[in-house]
Design a protein around this ligand. Structure first.
Ligand SMILES: Cc1cc2nc3c(=O)[nH]c(=O)nc-3n(C[C@H](O)[C@H](O)[C@H](O)COP(=O)(O)O)c2cc1C
Length: 321
């Protein structure tokens, strides 16, 4: 019997973003969303690189988290799959879609769409090494001359994948142009395992449309959720036919931003976290007024006391106090 997905909405793995602090925030606002790590390199984790190990260690999170593995050597996938199983992963996802040059040139990520036999070996080896569900995330194809998502999906299914996620862009497109949802429909018509559709879901309407147009079993949302974890809640509620909760108040945004920044500080320590907070300042304030000046000032800040003070001042200004 085919594997059943328990969630209709998946947070997309995003390197440098979907870390433990981000998952905590998303889960707090939208507990219905299935969470993931960012991609974790199998070679680094097999050698117990401390930074990579920390990325994959999800044992203390009180909700299921998929750990995404990236690499090219089946033996290292076997080691990594065993390790992340022990580190508390709820499932293992294999990255076969990353378009970054360094990743592709090391025969990982989307390169694997050009080498079905290596891709299949990686999936089979990983499936054998763990009792967890193993999924695969890939793209429409490598480039316009090599669109093979359907064949690739069938290979994943035969190799033992529990489900797949397809991003409707080619590797050559990177993140440009629009995602092709037609390809998702074709893939879905040809496979028996569940399909998570990915690419350009930016609203509850988009999510509904993707599911109805493609037959996908769930949607995965990436960029549109940055600074807007409420979107994931709204999409989940819409797909569950529940009424929408009120849009977040300024005070909700303030509280969430402060919680997110505090979680980054706790997790990474002051030196690393401060740099990371800058992108969240931009994302959370993107729809707020007078944000440009706030951001410009924030970028010059070098310590956390001043950072929290500046956030407090800005939101006080927004609330007209
Ligand atoms: C900054 C950034 C980092 C990403 N990192 C990963 C990653 O580690 N693993 C992965 O499979 N996809 C990664 N992706 C791709 C996303 O998971 C997703 O497939 C893509 O953004 C399309 O979905 P969207 O239109 O909802 O953003 C990344 C995307 C972005 C923008």
């Amino acid at each position: 019997m085919s594997f059943m997905l328990l969630n209709k909405v998946f947070l997309a793995p995003m390197a440098g973003i979907t870390d433990k602090p981000m998952r905590k925030i998303v889960h707090h606002i939208s507990p219905q969303v299935f969470l993931t790590t960012e991609m974790v390199a199998v070679n680094a984790i097999s050698y117990k690189n401390p930074k990579t190990y920390k990325m994959a260690d999800v044992h203390d999170e009180p909700y299921p988290v998929a750990v995404q593995l990236m690499g090219s050597d089946p033996q290292l996938f076997e080691n990594a799959a065993k390790l992340v199983t022990d580190l508390g992963a709820a499932s293992i996802d294999i990255n076969m879609g990353c378009p970054v040059r360094k990743v592709v040139s090391s025969h990982s990520g989307s390169y694997l769409m050009t080498d079905m036999s290596l891709a299949s070996k990686i999936i089979e080896t990983t499936v054998k090494a763990t009792s967890l569900p193993v999924s695969v995330k890939f793209r429409k194809g490598f480039d316009n001359a090599h669109i093979n998502a359907t064949e690739f999906a069938l290979m994943c299914e035969e190799s033992g994948a529990a489900y797949i996620t397809v991003h409707g862009r080619t590797k050559a497109q990177g993140y440009t142009g629009t995602a092709d949802w037609e390809i998702l429909k074709t893939v879905k018509e040809n496979i028996h395992i569940p399909l998570v559709g990915n690419g350009d879901v930016k609203s509850p309407d988009d999510a509904n449309k993707m599911l109805s147009e493609t037959g996908a079993d769930a949607v995965m949302v990436g960029r549109a959720s940055l600074g807007n974890p409420w979107l994931l809640r709204d999409i989940s509620d819409t797909l569950a036919n529940k009424p929408l909760t009120n849009i977040p108040l300024i005070s909700d945004i303030e509280q969430t931003l402060i919680s997110h920044i505090s979680a980054l500080l706790d997790y990474y320590g002051e030196t690393v976290a401060l740099g990371l907070t800058r992108k969240y300042i931009c994302w959370y304030s993107k729809t707020l007024k007078d944000a440009k000046k706030f951001r410009e000032n924030y970028m010059k800040i070098n310590d956390f006391d001043t950072a929290f003070e500046s956030i407090k001042e800005y939101f006080k200004h927004l609330k007209g106090a």
